[in-house]
Design a protein around this ligand. Structure first.
Ligand SMILES: *Cc1c(COP(=O)(O)O)cnc(C)c1O
Length: 354
């Protein structure tokens, strides 16, 4: 039996995407060769890369607006360094909303002056800081749109003239935003798009080429743009599966359609958390993530029963991150509504037992 996969990442992907991806490993579109044994310079793979890159811009509404989509290696974690390498000349600002922001800050500090513009660390990142001012002399402001570990999500982005850089690893393609407000967006593929191994970077071309340092080729966005995301062998399988997921999303009606579904899934679980005295939410209500719902059990004596019930129902991946504890239900784009229903039923059944 296929389990209800609430994993925070790598995470669930659409069933039809998995089917098609597994077929392509054996043979790609009747060409007599596997996807993973052909040249990345072959016309078949070049077409896949081009399709993936153009679907990204199309879905984000960024076509013809001076942006380039790149599929790179190294995960979102390499982007912590790469963004600073390419954009940090004198001083950058970071909003510290959790573990991933902190890692980004640490890498940027290797290269320049980094200012923490706002932080929610004192409350163990249970909310998104608001009402802070952004100095106008920053090279860029770095944000983390969705904090996968703590279950918070930025609903309103700061208004500033400073270029915006955003780690959208765990909520890209999940909700509508004016993506043209951002100058650089990055996301590890494995949260909402594909398997681990590819990292999506969407960069506005006119912010590049402004720092004085020399940039090693592999870390230089301009080189990747010029080489059409083929500077070296790209992670072909991860790019292919990402392309299939993006096509799946487009066929579904794009981000607007999936956002509505994501809202319904999130409403279902959060209303149970709020109504059921056995559970309490971790994140501040107004900052709750539509992707990762973090919650605790209020009566420790019921924990074993809850865990057993979840296990028996085939629920997988809901343990909270070690820095928060409790539970975390990740509800990425491909998680069916039905899975959330199964979890919520168990939660309400537990209340009756308690
Ligand atoms: C998972 C995650 C990362 C790290 O991604 P890697 O691809 O493993 O480097 C960074 N930022 C956020 C918000 C994440 O959820």
């Amino acid at each position: 039996m296929k389990k209800h996969n609430f994993s925070a990442g790598p995470c669930i992907l659409p069933k039809e995407v998995m089917q098609k991806a597994s077929e392509a490993v054996l043979e790609l579109d009747g060409i007599g060769l596997s996807l993973i044994e052909i040249s990345h310079r072959s016309k078949e793979f070049v077409a896949i890369m081009e399709k993936a890159r153009s679907l990204v811009l199309e879905l984000l509404g960024l076509e013809g607006k001076g942006y380039q989509a790149l599929f790179l290696h190294g995960g979102a974690s390499l982007q912590f360094l790469m963004t600073a390498y390419n954009l940090l000349d004198k001083k950058a600002g970071y909003v510290n909303t959790g573990t991933w922001s902190q890692k980004a800050i640490k890498e940027a500090r290797l290269l320049g002056d980094v200012m923490e513009v706002a932080s929610s660390q004192e409350q163990n990142f249970n909310h998104i800081p608001k009402g802070y001012s952004v100095p106008s002399d920053l090279d860029y402001l770095h944000l983390t749109s969705n904090n996968t570990i703590f279950g918070t999500q930025i609903k309103e982005f700061p208004k500033t003239n400073v270029p915006l850089v955003c780690d959208m690893s765990s909520d890209i393609f999940s909700r509508q935003l004016d993506f043209s407000k951002f100058d650089l967006i990055y996301a590890g593929a494995q949260k909402n798009m594909g398997p681990a191994g590819a990292t999506l970077v969407v960069v506005k071309e006119d912010i590049l080429g402004k720092v004085s340092r020399k940039i090693p080729s592999m870390l230089d966005y301009s080189i990747h743009v010029k080489q059409e995301s083929m500077f070296n062998t790209p992670p072909v399988f991860a790019v292919y599966v990402s392309m299939l997921t993006l096509q799946w999303l487009k066929d579904l009606g794009g981000i607007a359609a999936i956002e509505e579904i994501n809202e319904r899934k999130a409403n279902l679980i959060y209303s149970e958390i709020d109504l059921n005295p056995v559970f309490s939410g971790y994140a501040a209500k107004e900052d709750r993530s539509l992707m990762n719902a973090t919650f605790n059990i209020t009566d420790d004596a019921l924990k074993d029963t809850f865990d057993t019930m979840c296990k028996e129902a085939g629920i997988s991946g809901i343990n909270g991150h070690r820095s928060v504890g409790g539970y975390r239900a990740s509800m990425y784009n491909a998680l069916p509504m039905e899975s959330v229903g199964v979890l919520v039923d168990i939660m309400s059944e537990l209340e009756k037992k308690g």
